[in-house]
Design a protein around this ligand. Structure first.
Ligand code: PRX
Length: 685
């Protein structure tokens, strides 16, 4: 019997540093237990207290949390603060500027793709820009309830636009600026957006992406499908303004942007005067005051698409009040937010991590954050560490894949920089393997920073399983998660390794439905175990009460009737000193049904040869059991990844099966790796 995580449990616990506990919001485990108990036994009182920090135009009329999680008893619903009216933008900006006197505090240090481009934006400035953008959108015809598609890179205008939407009651639908025209079109059409906001172009590392061209193609596709809804396209001159030493840069006001003359190729931005509106022109003509629209607590806040197993993306819908309460509370506790912090989450706002923990959670707490446009390896592999030193970052939140990537370059790029400002480290997005955890903890955190491994999803809106940095002893390499504010249950379906992580009660930040598709919402998340929200992730609980996320149930591989977690096999491969990163997929097998096909990226200077393959097979067999012995191990100098760093397993599965028609690869960071992997394929075991 193979139990994910069980072989990796280390008895050594990492206890919270005393210095951190002194002023922490949740200073010890007992304090956490009290909070936990209150959230379960008196949810109304618990959430009322959280809500008392925010501004409500009208108070709620009934119970704070109302819900039905049981499909057999009727439609699934969750309501928070029913009867109350409020405004998200007012709470994260006006409240900070006016009531808390934080107008002069820096909200964001924007750090461009090039280290020469940077800008500090205070809460007061942010409010002014957001109001201008609100007035611009209103002038373009946007009204309460309208959907606005946003296809922007990690620039301040992205934050201005999302907050402007929330100020006027429009619903933003941000599409990650690495998606293709087809994907953008599909998302625009699904939620019938009336306006698209984009930029001329952006540099990611050394690669120029012509966003406006892609946006135009998307709109053209929408028109072809005869249901075009977008009437106007608002275009930020980001490439022209911030990265080019061209005409536009010289004629527009550059006061707040630190520009160094760099010669980039001049790209002509396609322009259709009937549809396109220039951001810089209109923003200068409108007022920097705009009254917020008072919304019902359960009015929609935003839609964010996430991939679905059927291939059609799911439009996850979040609403105003619950999302505000939940992201603000989890940000405060999980990163133990303190007024002198400089917080940095390296995610892109195009994903939920950026929505919840770059924009809403931090701003609701009056935090100072870094907003990073770049990539970890440009212009050099020490860029993350350089940025931490530059802004004296205290709380750093990134993905295991980024950690594994940077580990490959050894200690030199880290040791050049002063990381002594760091106090808490976080990870998100996938299970973290023990080797990466240790490297992060020891090399980056210098053994003094707890690593909060936060498990959550687009659908959950915020963290649902996570340690609290001053209260929870950590176990390296697990999804080291004690139950957070809520009750988590794992429900067995057959084998222990296929147990599901499910939740019995809602929390304010859980999605409310899939946009326009309540049926798919109920079928996907609530049908399998009536009475529970089903995350789709495997999980086990060890004897100390810690939860170990074993990856998606659908990433499980069935070898000879035994379910194996790809994450666990990957962890045992990366435990080997020669391996920097590993990805495991299934390949059909005549006798076993499926077998394991492993891609391994070696550390610099390590040679891929038969001896190493044998060693790796032996290692997996020893760590998990003979059933998990890989049939194939292939050298992978690079792995296909999305720009947000997720390994594209679908592509790896197709390479393993020698299926040449790979479909849409537009989200892949570096499509060249595919050809290399096909050339190195293993034909026989
Ligand atoms: O499989 C889990 C994994 O990421 C999935 C959610 O992906 P997405 O909606 O894109 O949101 C990512 C950022 C919250 C989950 O179903 N996942 C996320 N965090 C962890 C994780 N797996 C293990 N450990 C984590 N800490």
């Amino acid at each position: 019997m193979v139990v994910p995580g069980s072989q990796h449990i280390e008895d050594k616990m990492y206890h919270p540093p005393e210095g951190l506990q002194k002023d922490a919001h949740v200073p010890d485990f007992n304090c956490y237990l009290e909070l936990y108990k209150k959230s379960i036994e008196e949810p109304d009182a618990f959430w009322k207290e959280v809500a008392s920090d925010f501004y409500w135009k009208k108070p709620p009329t009934g119970q704070i949390l109302q819900y039905n999680f049981d499909v057999t008893k009727g439609n699934i619903y969750v309501k928070c603060m029913e009867g109350a009216t409020t405004n998200m933008c007012y709470n994260v900006l006006d409240r900070n500027v006016k009531d808390k006197n934080l107008g002069e505090r820096v909200a964001f240090y924007w750090e461009g793709n090039s280290p020469d481009h940077h800008e500090a934006i205070t809460y007061g400035q942010l409010l002014g820009q957001v109001c201008r953008c609100s007035n611009t959108l209103k002038q373009m015809g946007v009204r309460k309830g309208d959907r606005v598609a946003i296809y922007l890179p990690m620039i301040p205008e992205l934050v201005y636009t999302m907050l402007a939407c929330t100020r006027i009651g429009a619903v933003h639908s941000i599409v990650f600026a690495g998606f293709s025209a087809e994907s953008l079109c599909e998302r625009i059409m699904d939620s019938q957006c009336s306006i698209l906001v984009t930029a001329d172009g952006v540099y990611r590392g050394e690669k120029l992406i012509n966003l406006k061209q892609i946006a135009d193609e998307a709109l053209e596709k929408c028109r072809e499908k005869a249901s075009a809804t977008v009437t106007r396209c608002l275009v930020v001159k980001h490439h022209a303004l911030r990265t080019q030493d061209g005409d536009v840069a010289n004629t527009l006001s550059l006061s707040s942007v630190n520009l160094t003359p760099v010669v980039f190729p001049v790209v002509q931005t396609p322009w259709d005067a009937a549809c396109d509106v220039c951001w810089e022109e209109v923003m200068g003509q409108v007022s920097e005051h705009c009254e917020p629209e008072w919304l019902d607590a359960e009015d929609p806040l935003f839609i964010l698409y996430t991939s679905g197993s059927t291939g059609k993306p799911k439009g996850v819908l979040h609403t105003v009040a619950g999302y505000l309460l939940y992201t603000s509370l989890t940000f405060k506790y999980v990163f133990d937010h303190q007024p002198d912090d400089v917080y940095w989450c390296t995610a892109d706002i195009g994903w939920i991590t950026g929505h919840s923990y770059i924009t809403y959670g931090p701003l609701a707490n009056g935090a100072t954050s870094v907003l990073f446009e770049g990539i970890p390896v440009h212009p050099h592999v020490g860029r993350f560490w350089e940025v931490i030193e530059k802004y004296r970052v205290t709380k750093f939140y990134t993905a295991p894949t980024a950690i594994r990537l940077l580990m490959k370059y050894g200690l030199d790029p880290v040791q050049k920089y002063d990381l002594s400002s760091l106090r808490i480290l976080g990870t998100v997005g996938e299970p973290i393997n023990p080797e990466a955890w240790h490297w992060y903890h020891e090399v980056i955190g210098q053994k003094r920073c707890p690593v909060v491994d936060t498990f959550w999803q687009t659908e959950t809106g915020g963290h649902v399983l996570t340690p609290l940095p001053a209260a929870t002893p950590l176990k390296p390499g697990s999804a080291v998660s004690y139950h957070h504010i809520y009750t988590v249950f794992i429900v067995g379906v057959g084998q222990p390794s296929s147990r599901s992580t499910v939740f019995r009660r809602p929390w304010p930040g859980i999605m409310r439905t899939l946009y326009g598709n309540q049926e798919r919402f109920e079928n996907t998340y609530f049908k399998k175990f009536p009475g529970f929200y089903v995350t789709g992730d495997g999980c086990r609980r060890d004897r100390d009460g810690y939860y170990w996320i074993a990856g998606r149930i659908d990433d499980m591989i069935n070898v000879s009737g035994h379910l194996l977690s790809t994450a666990e096999v990957e962890a045992s491969l990366t435990d080997h000193g020669a391996v920097a990163e590993a990805a495991v997929v299934s390949r059909p097998h005549a006798v076993k049904g499926e077998c394991l096909y492993c891609f391994v990226t070696l550390k610099d200077c390590r040679e891929f040869n038969r001896t190493l393959v044998d060693e790796l097979k032996r290692q997996v067999r020893e760590k998990i059991g003979p059933i998990a012995t890989p049939d194939f191990i292939q050298n992978a100098p690079g792995l296909p990844k999305t720009r947000s760093g997720k390994i594209m397993r679908r592509v790896l599965r197709q390479i393993a099966r020698n299926e040449k028609d790979l479909g849409d690869l537009s989200t892949m960071a570096d499509p060249k790796v595919v050809e290399v992997l096909f050339n190195h394929r293993c034909e026989t075991a």
